[in-house]
Design a binder for this molecule. Structure first.
Ligand code: APR
Length: 176
């Protein structure tokens, strides 16, 4: 598979890729936004699988910047990679590095599980308030770096929920 970086405007729960990435919170027990959509589409098995993941400390199954993997259950995607983006607090609290880590850790976990194609939402750009332009720049930078390594996944899809976000991703990919 040739390395590919694609942008689609879609509901991520409908994508026929090996793994979709969930923008979760540290409890991994669901929420709103894309987290809520993924749990609704996957069905109750997803919450059970998340609840079965060990807590690294009370109430925390996935610390910010890390990723965990579960089956996709009723989703078209075989797997869900849950990652927890930083809450935007102005940019001087390590947010950029934590967001970059979400992409890197998700891709590393995907490789460990022989995932060939993976779709990302705009992590942290909703409820967590990360400004879209710098977030997209980080996403594109990390995806390009990964594809340069020549390891699976070789197909990375940015799944945009609406045309405005897709326009920002396309501009970032065009390098301007
Ligand atoms: N498909 C693709 N993208 C989606 C979908 C969907 N079905 N629904 C929402 N999005 C987009 C949003 O428009 C936004 O651009 O996903 C991006 C991330 O927004 P959120 O889902 O709000 O995630 P985030 O900002 O990372 O906040 C995470 O929100 O839902 C809770 O449990 C979650 O506490 C966690 C927090």
């Amino acid at each position: 598979m040739h390395p590919a970086l694609d942008i689609v405007e879609a509901d991520i729960t409908t994508l026929q890729v090996d793994a979709i990435v969930n923008a979760a919170n540290e409890s991994l027990l669901g929420g709103g936004g894309v987290d809520g959509a993924i749990h609704r589409a996957a069905g109750p098995g997803l919450l059970s699988a998340c609840r079965a993941l060990p807590q690294v400390r009370p109430g925390v199954r996935c610390p910010t910047g890390e990723a965990r993997i579960t089956p996709g259950f009723a989703l078209p995607a075989r797997r869900v990679i849950h990652t927890v983006g930083p809450i935007w607090r102005g940019g001087a609290h390590g947010e950029p590095d934590l967001l970059a880590s979400c992409y890197r850790e998700s891709l590393r976990l995907a490789r460990e599980h022989d995932v060939a194609s993976i779709a990302f939402p705009a992590i942290s750009c909703g409820v967590y308030g990360y400004p879209i332009d710098p977030a997209v720049a980080i996403a594109v930078r990390e995806a390009r770096a990964w594809l340069g390594r020549g390891e699976a996944p070789r197909s990375i899809v940015f799944c945009c929920f609406g045309a405005p976000v897709a326009t920002i991703y396309r501009a970032a990919l065009a390098g301007d």
